[in-house]
Design a protein around this ligand. Structure first.
Ligand SMILES: NC(=O)c1ccc[n+]([C@@H]2O[C@H](COP(=O)([O-])OP(=O)(O)OC[C@H]3O[C@@H](n4cnc5c(N)ncnc54)[C@H](O)[C@@H]3O)[C@@H](O)[C@H]2O)c1
Ligand SMILES: [Zn+2]
Length: 323
């Protein structure tokens, strides 16, 4: 399964390395999160049926997180589960979406509302695919890499501060370390009953601003850009409510600001943002739950916070633009 961009940029590279794939049937969808939906799934299930796909047939998902999430979901449900392989081609899908066994699609405008836990036969990662990836998409994946360091590895955080993203060799090293971190966490808690929640750092506020950016009239954020805003607000909350030292907090904020320019919203949006956070499927008992930092490299989860605190963190984000 591919989209138009991975068909053009990645498929030729793949068959050059593995010519045996050349005769495979190509299932192409249009790129974009908007296409991660039930209609497309139905089309593809029908196509698989017409092609005579069986349980031991294999779907190869060649693309970003949209392709790996949806291709994995389609494969996991067709005939109660056929085999699939991920070949992620964006930085975000290499370090995040293709690791950890979550597959799914969006419904009613809610991200990943329908899905399951299901693991591919294999994940093959080649940083050379990233050569054609737009810089904006590289940065989107880099936000998750920053998150990995902040929640799990203070030494890695120091490495990131020295990194030059334009240098392909350096990217390869951090892809490897990020996958190691995510894999290690997921293996200890595959179903997200505890520890895996550290990976939600930056995502309570992040998902809310990502949804807000889709509500028209605004500059649309990539997932990583939204998570970067989320990490700024949630670092502020960590400094205010947990033990994150002020010096580490300041370091985090200036590092994120180096890569991610400010995204404008205003006080009028606070109410909507809090409402979006209340909808987060990770919440329980009508409280808004956060993953916060105790220090760089150590996170704690299920921290319930009041709307006023959350608003203050949004105000802090907006104040940065004025400095
Ligand atoms: N399952 C999980 O654990 C998990 C984790 C994080 C994110 N996700 C999901 O991942 C999705 C986002 O993934 P994404 O950021 O990779 O987005 P994406 O799949 O939309 O890819 C971004 C863009 O890059 C293009 N592209 C992909 N590879 C390319 C290449 N090598 N060269 C040029 N263009 C290329 C795509 O066509 C698309 O236009 C979301 O749906 C999110 O929910 C899932
Ligand atoms: Zn994310």
């Amino acid at each position: 399964m591919v989209d138009e961009n991975t068909l053009q940029n990645c498929f030729p590279k793949l068959i050059e390395e593995i010519p045996a794939i050349k005769p495979a049937e190509i299932i192409e969808i249009e790129s974009g999160e908007i296409n991660k939906n039930t209609d497309i799934c139905v089309n593809i299930w029908e196509a698989l049926s017409d092609l005579g796909a069986e349980r031991n047939s294999v779907i190869i998902n060649l693309g970003g997180g949209v392709i790996t999430d949806m291709g994995g979901f389609i494969a996991s449900t067709f005939k109660r589960g056929m085999r699939f392989i991920h070949i992620p081609t964006t930085l975000l899908s290499q370090v995040d979406a293709s690791v950890g066994g979550k597959v799914g699609i969006d419904l009613k405008g809610i991200k990943n509302l329908v899905g399951c836990f299901s693991n591919p036969e294999a994940v093959f990662i080649d940083p050379r695919f990233l050569i054609t990836l737009p810089k904006k998409e590289i940065l989107s994946g880099f936000a998750e890499i920053i998150k990995h360091a902040l929640v799990a590895d203070a030494v890695y955080w120091k490495t990131l501060k020295e990194i030059n993203l334009a240098e392909p060799g350096q990217l390869e090293t951090i892809i490897y370390r990020s996958i190691e971190i995510k894999n290690n966490i997921v293996q200890q808690d595959p179903m997200e009953s505890g520890l895996r929640k550290v990976l939600n750092f930056g995502h309570t506020v992040g998902h809310a601003v990502e949804s807000l950016s889709l509500e028209g009239g605004r500059k649309q954020l990539t997932h990583g850009e939204a998570v970067a805003i989320g990490m700024i607000c949630e670092s502020w909350l960590s400094w205010k409510n947990k033990s994150l030292p002020e010096e580490e907090f300041n370091e985090i904020i200036s590092f994120i600001q180096e890569y991610f320019p400010p995204w404008p919203f205003d006080d009028m949006d606070f109410h909507r943002l809090i409402a979006l956070m209340r909808n987060d499927k990770k919440n329980r008992d009508n409280t808004i739950l956060f993953t916060l930092l105790e220090k760089t490299g150590k996170a704690t989860w299920d921290c319930a916070l009041q709307a006023n605190d959350i608003k203050d963190s949004l105000k802090f984000y907006l104040s940065l633009d004025k400095k």
